[in-house]
Design a protein around this ligand. Structure first.
Ligand code: NDP
Length: 285
């Protein structure tokens, strides 16, 4: 039987509608959430991502400001912008769009962002709080993965979850979040032996690698739920995920498409984090 499609487009739209209602009430109470997005250079993909974030802010009615720096901006100039945004009371969330040009140090920039404005959830303190199960800003993509699973009625407790990819911003936090939900979690990476065997054991499979269709449909366990985080543009212009969608759909019980799966959730969770930051800054419980 063909897999049920988990539509990030639909689930994120519902989430943004709910956030719009929340923001309307907050504004009536004198609180306007604000997000600052810093972009350095002209990378076309980054420009598209930033535009999508600005559109989502406008949709829910939160204030957004884009700060553009030239490709030749220095580390000190970038850090000065971050410090200025940390200090501004009308800004609740600060996001620096990555990747940065090679001469800039991303780690130092991440650590310069105030933890209470770290709506991307990349700061080591935010990640550390996640490790110890404390409330924190969760990185937007794995947070979106969890919402997709929850909204699709997938119960993780006791399930075998396999996460392929161990990046700080996607794979590791996704694994930790599943562990918090009492799943039994396996993390695979580039040195994993018998990847197909691990994938075949997954009742829930989360893939964040960045290699087009590397997870073969035949590897998928019958009835598994498949969340494909990967976004890869092929030479012919098509966007595909890290999973062979057509073949995987024949075996999975539910699967996210690419595009229209995890991607739209990432933006929705950024807006949600920004609204939470504003609520905290305003001292509303
Ligand atoms: P990274 O490049 O940071 O991490 C990729 C991970 O994949 C690494 O842990 C790497 O292992 C692992 N890997 C690489 N090759 C293999 C292999 N042959 N077998 C098993 N594991 C392998 O990527 P990200 O986590 O940032 O992103 C992953 C994908 O998700 C990309 O396609 C990206 O575009 C997409 N993405 C999508 C988002 C969305 O909104 N939908 C947001 C963020 C990312 P090792 O650690 O050993 O090197």
């Amino acid at each position: 039987m063909a897999a049920r499609i988990i539509s990030g487009t639909e689930i994120s739209a519902k989430r943004l509608d709910r956030l719009t209602e929340r923001v309307t009430k907050l504004k009536a109470a004198g609180v306007t959430p604000g997000l600052a997005v810093v972009i350095v250079g002209e990378d076309p993909a980054s420009q598209v991502y930033v535009r999508n974030k600005e559109k989502a802010c406008a949709r829910v009615g939160i204030f957004s400001e884009k700060i553009e720096l030239s490709t030749s901006a220095t580390q000190d100039e970038l850090l000065a912008v971050v410090a200025m945004l940390n200090a501004r009371t009308d800004i609740d969330g600060v996001l620096v769009q990555f990747p940065l040009p090679d001469h800039l140090n991303e780690d130092e920039v991440i650590e310069a962002i105030s933890v209470d404005k770290d709506v991307d959830g990349f700061h080591p303190e935010s990640i550390g709080r996640l490790v110890v199960g404390k409330e924190t800003f969760v990185s937007c993509t794995p947070a979106g993965v969890m919402v997709l699973l929850e909204e699709s009625g997938v119960v993780l407790e006791g399930k075998n979850v396999v996460v392929v990819g161990r990046s700080h911003n996607v794979g590791k936090p996704a694994a930790l979040l599943c562990l918090e939900k009492n799943a039994t979690v396996t993390i695979c990476h580039s040195r994993t032996e018998d990847l197909a065997g691990h994938v075949g054991s997954a009742e829930v499979l989360i893939v964040a690698v960045g290699r087009p269709e590397m997870i073969k449909g035949q590897w998928i366990r019958e009835g598994a739920v498949v969340i494909d985080v990967g976004i890869n543009r092929l030479a012919d212009g098509r966007l595909v995920g890290d999973v062979e969608f057509e073949e995987a759909s024949k075996r999975a019980s539910a699967i996210t498409p690419v595009p229209g799966g995890v991607g739209p959730m990432t933006v929705a969770m950024l807006i949600e984090n920004t609204v939470h930051a504003a609520v905290r800054h305003a001292g509303i419980t």
